[in-house]
Design a protein around this ligand. Structure first.
Ligand code: ATP
Ligand code: MG
Length: 180
């Protein structure tokens, strides 16, 4: 399973639809301060289900929608689509490519799609849980995360290990069953 492409449309500073193809090997995103490098990483976290506006450097979720610039008016919608090569069927979806899309409108309406079909956020989180791809997983290591692991309490450190070991899914299923 590999990251194939990312499309940003109206997300933060990406007012124009922007598509990035990830080729085999290492990809480095470089650019001057304020050019959108962090916004791009946040778009990945957002499309994978991030629910905290703060961790995307905003105060409310609609802050991710392009807010306008000197030469362009604000937009009413942010959309991000991430596509994975799933030819090894690592993700539990029966297709060789898996596309996850998230949209947010200024009125707060939110949409998630899996392979262009509407799904719930829960379907996305369930799909990604224990794959190492979820928004809190180690596929995205943000600034300060390494210190956070070192400085965490034993219970929190245990959670990191449980995520890495892939047992979170079973714990969550047990909790869901107990609450029924
Ligand atoms: P650095 O090298 O300093 O880390 P960077 O390339 O990571 O910079 P970002 O933090 O991704 O840059 O981009 C910041 C820019 O994105 C700022 O100019 C900010 O105004 C712009 N920006 C953030 N949110 C929005 C939004 N909703 N609408 C328009 N522009 C936005
Ligand atoms: Mg940055």
């Amino acid at each position: 399973m590999k990251l194939k492409s990312l499309v940003l449309d109206g997300f933060k500073s990406f007012a124009q639809k922007t598509q990035i193809e990830f080729r085999p090997g290492l990809t480095a995103i470089v650019g001057p301060n304020g050019s959108g490098k962090s916004n791009l990483v946040e778009a990945i976290r957002w499309v994978l289900g991030e629910q905290s506006a703060k961790s995307l450097r905003g105060s409310r979720m609609p802050d991710v929608i392009f807010a306008g610039s000197n030469d362009q008016a604000a937009l009413n919608r942010a959309e991000v689509e991430i596509t994975f090569d799933n030819s090894d069927h690592f993700l539990a979806v029966d297709t060789d490519e898996v596309a996850i899309t998230r949209r947010l409108f200024r009125d707060g309406t939110s949409e998630f799609l899996l392979n262009q079909k509407f799904v719930r956020l829960k379907d996305i989180t369930d799909l990604l849980m224990d794959t190492g791809l979820g928004k809190d997983s180690f596929s995205l290591i943000s600034q300060g995360k390494v210190e956070q692991v070192f400085n965490s309490k034993p219970e929190e450190r245990r959670q990191f290990i449980e995520e890495a070991a892939g047992i979170l899914k079973y714990k969550k299923e047990r909790l869901d069953a107990q609450s029924k």
